[in-house]
Ligand binder design. Structure first.
Ligand code: NI
Length: 161
């Protein structure tokens, strides 16, 4: 059994993390197959990502993106950071505005302000400025970005003290 060890030392301002990911060789790790439904635009973007990064196929690219996301999840600590959650959504679809408001009230203690821009007839851009512990901000961001109907969402954090 061949194991690949990737020791990744992440320095995130004052926070230092050591994340060791052990990925077993494909020959020993059973592969699971599943179907994915994507909008044509997203599929086109995925194919562009595959070409730009020289991935042999879409599966490898998706695996890379999932693993990257899992590592970033570990960028959580109790240091005080500040940043913003940026969300883009179509306000006709679902009730993103209401859900976003409910979640923001739950986390009022770490929200500095929020701004809503009506980008077009359909699309809204919402920017939520935040300050608090990295793990609480990550938790808030995961909830906001996870709202059904969010087209794009991202949390940006930076050292605050
Ligand atoms: Ni709007």
């Amino acid at each position: 059994m061949v194991l690949y060890l990737f020791g990744i030392i992440l320095f995130y301002y004052n926070c230092a993390y050591i994340c060791v990911t052990i990925i077993k060789n494909n020959n020993t790790m059973p592969l699971a197959r599943f179907g994915v439904s994507l909008d044509e635009d997203i599929l086109k973007a995925l194919d562009g990502f595959v070409i730009e990064n020289n991935f042999p196929n879409r599966s490898q690219a998706i695996r890379h993106l999932v693993e990257k996301n899992l590592v970033e999840k570990k960028w959580q600590c109790n240091h005080i950071v500040a940043g913003a959650v940026v969300m883009l959504y179509d306000h006709h679809k679902g009730d993103v505005s209401t859900k976003s408001g409910d979640i923001q009230h739950e986390y009022f203690d770490v929200i500095l302000s929020s701004q809503h821009f009506h980008l077009s007839h359909d699309n809204c851009l919402e920017i939520v400025a935040v300050k608090g512990t990295a793990n609480r901000l990550t938790e808030l961001s995961d909830k906001l970005i996870g709202i059904k109907g969010i087209i794009h969402g991202k949390l940006v954090m930076s050292k605050a003290e």
